[in-house]
Design a protein around this ligand. Sequence first.
Ligand code: SAM
Length: 200
Amino acid sequence: MSRPVLDPQYGMHVWPCAVVLAQYIWFHRRLVCGKRILEVGAGVSLPGIVAAKCGAQVILSDNAEFPQCLDNCQRSCQMNNLSGVRIIGLTWGHVSPCLLTLAPVDLILGSDVFFEPEDFEDIISTVHYLMEKNPHAQFWTTYQVRSANWSIEGLLYKWGMESTCVPLQSFEANKEQLAWSSLPGMYTIQMMVISKKIKD
Ligand SMILES: C[S@@+](CC[C@H](N)C(=O)[O-])C[C@H]1O[C@@H](n2cnc3c(N)ncnc32)[C@H](O)[C@@H]1O
């Protein structure tokens, strides 16, 4: 299977995974309301924007080295009249002052962030750091299956986390069209809830 060349432009349009994660957030909007949420690799930030509209306290983040993606997060907030959303540069795997000083969050969102196997452990290590700040935090993530050989299970085990796969039909996302968007299309997308493994 061919893969497009990786580019910061990846954060400049909405990916199919974002629509599915946004639907999950909308489906659980009562749970999301009032929560402290960080979206990682946000790009256009559809899931974070929906969460903010549902009453969550949202921080959007993207690679600190991709200013155009961070500008894009800003534009999404402006277009949706969201003035209270903070935007930060947060590069996966980097222990930056921004990450160190971040207040604990309840939920971490990541839509289509597992697209480059080289980055998988960096993403998981960042999520692990956030879960050290709040062991009850969950990572809600949608993943587009691009290769049957890619898996994060081994890394989750290594970092003391576990995942639950959420069937798309359980939040009415098993459709080619969602909320007037045809983006989910025929792609194979998985929704996972990742949390810190409870020691037994
Ligand atoms: C496939 S896009 C997904 C964008 C958006 N979440 C969506 O689903 O529409 C991947 C996103 O991850 C961001 N990204 C790539 N490498 C990153 C890194 N090392 N640290 C943080 N963000 C990164 C890109 O800038 C881009 O916004």
